[in-house]
Write a protein that binds this ligand. Structure first.
Ligand SMILES: *Cc1c(COP(=O)(O)O)cnc(C)c1O
Length: 474
């Protein structure tokens, strides 16, 4: 990894007035997905620096970032070549748009590069500034596509409960997070949801007579039921994350996606994979659809495209969809920052790093299998009822007892207790209910995996002792 540059070294020595920053933070900064009053009481943790898989807070604590920020810092922190790419492009041309028959070199070169690293049906991209915007584009694009073909009524989009597709009106509507729907009158019209293919929570408890693979087929059949209920003539598309991320790293049975594909083909419905997390190597292939076995018509991407160094998102558009839309004149849609040249320059350099360092092959063949072996071995811990990985995404479930499996009362928020111990022990691990999840940077080495697993074990032990002393183990 590149040596730390001089200005960064200087920043390391900077002193931060933690209390002052926390006071200003609670006075002026409304955080996303945050109970601001509760946060004001304890003060936000201020992250000041990153290098490789580690970040540091303003008090000098070193933290292993097993979440890659928010699933995005795939090539790790402190990459000078990404900063250089942005700097060079900012001096040369910081901004120009692509609205009025103009374009910029980095956005063109990135579009070409994306068509090289995506499955063969994709030769065109529509750029956005984020994953949420990308999914807004998906909604516009699939409805416009069917309208171009003379089926303007074909506009219902089917997605899944506990899926995550972003936080704009369309993104949150596509998503199946009920807490989000409750605020702001969502979902918007013509979006409907089916249940997720979550074996541990749904398959194991409601379909105990089915094998995991048979449950995958059953879960896919819910799509067919929904299509018949809505009427295929009204359904534009199905959208899903190949592996659900924010929902808790829900890894579907391997039978699920091929069956989803068969159903979409049978009824003539567009298939969209939201690859905002799964794209760019997270699952051990370039794209999640390659790992789970389907051939989407559109793919949303963001996060890993720039490793989070600068905002960028977009939608890969298959020839099937692009040819129709292009034949029909203007597509009345776009963002000021569609194809932003600085973001594109950073994305190009980021993709070059992923390629030159063979990060996708490494995750598939070396570090991913190693993580699987170590992480799935956590099942021997008395608190762990399930532990599974897909590439560099992993989830485990905290349980009250293992034989038979009994869950904690959800109101106790055992996951948050565990997350607290992780934070205090220098590990970022996220809690989704009582499912603890990680998605480490793709550059994480075997010895760093050992270090991370040791931290996870330590935190599980601390959590065990904690919940036991609270009397939660019964
Ligand atoms: C993060 C995420 C989004 C939203 O991306 P933003 O850049 O936060 O708008 C959409 N889909 C998935 C699968 C995500 O994980």
């Amino acid at each position: 990894m590149a040596a730390i540059s001089k200005p960064i070294a200087a920043a390391q020595q900077r002193r931060f007035d933690t209390q002052q920053l926390q006071a200003l933070d609670s006075a002026h900064y409304m955080h996303p997905f945050t109970d601001s009053a509760a946060l004001a009481k304890k003060g936000a943790r201020i992250i000041v620096r990153g290098e490789g898989v580690y970040i540091w807070d303003s008090e000098g604590n070193k933290i292993f970032d097993a979440m890659s920020g928010l699933w995005c810092v795939n090539v790790g922190y402190g990459r000078k070549s990404l900063a250089d790419a942005a700097y060079r492009q900012m001096l040369e041309l910081p901004y120009y748009n692509s609205f009025f028959q103009t374009t910029t070199e980095p956005s063109v070169r990135l579009a070409k590069l994306l068509s090289e690293v995506t499955p063969p049906q994709f030769n065109r991209v529509f750029f956005s500034g984020s994953g949420s915007e990308g999914n807004d584009t998906v909604v516009r694009l699939v409805r416009h596509y069917w309208s171009c073909l003379g089926h303007p009524q074909k506009k219902v989009i089917i997605s899944r409960w506990n899926g995550y597709h972003g936080s704009t009106m369309a993104g949150a509507s596509l998503g199946g997070m009920e807490g989000m729907h409750q605020q702001g009158g969502l979902p918007i019209p013509d979006i409907t949801h089916i249940q997720q293919p979550y074996w541990f929570e749904i398959g194991r408890t409601q379909y105990p007579h089915l094998s995991k693979d048979a449950f995958g087929i059953e879960a896919a059949s819910w799509l067919e039921k929904k299509i018949l209920e809505v009427g295929a003539e009204n359904v534009a598309a199905f959208i899903g994350e190949p592996v659900q991320g924010a929902g808790g790293v829900i890894i579907p049975p391997k039978t699920y996606w091929p069956e989803i594909q068969r159903i979409c083909d049978k009824y003539g419905i567009l298939l969209v994979t939201d690859e905002v997390i799964c794209g760019f190597g997270r699952t051990g292939q370039w794209w999640g659809c390659e790992t789970v076995g389907c051939k989407p018509d559109l793919m949303t991407f963001a996060k890993g495209v720039t490793s989070g160094y600068i905002p960028l998102g977009g939608v890969m558009v298959s020839d099937k969809v692009a040819d129709v839309v292009i034949r029909h004149g203007d597509f009345n849609h776009g963002y000021t920052y569609s194809g932003h040249p600085v973001a594109a320059a950073v994305a190009i350099e980021n993709i070059n790093i992923v390629r030159n360092e063979n990060l996708v092959d490494k995750v598939r063949l070396e570090t991913g299998p190693y993580l699987k072996q170590k992480f799935e071995a956590l099942i021997d811990h008395p608190l762990v009822g399930e532990a599974e990985t897909c590439g560099f995404m992993a989830g485990l479930v905290l349980v009250k007892s293992k034989a038979p499996i009994a869950m904690f009362d959800s109101a106790l928020e055992a996951g948050m207790v565990c997350r607290g111990h992780c934070f205090a022990s220098g590990l970022i691990m996220r809690a989704v209910g009582d499912r603890m999840i990680i998605a480490p940077p793709l550059v994480t080495t075997q010895s760093q995996i050992d270090e991370m697993i040791a931290l996870i074990r330590k935190c599980l032990d601390l959590t065990y002792a904690d919940v036991k002393s609270r009397g939660w183990l019964g």
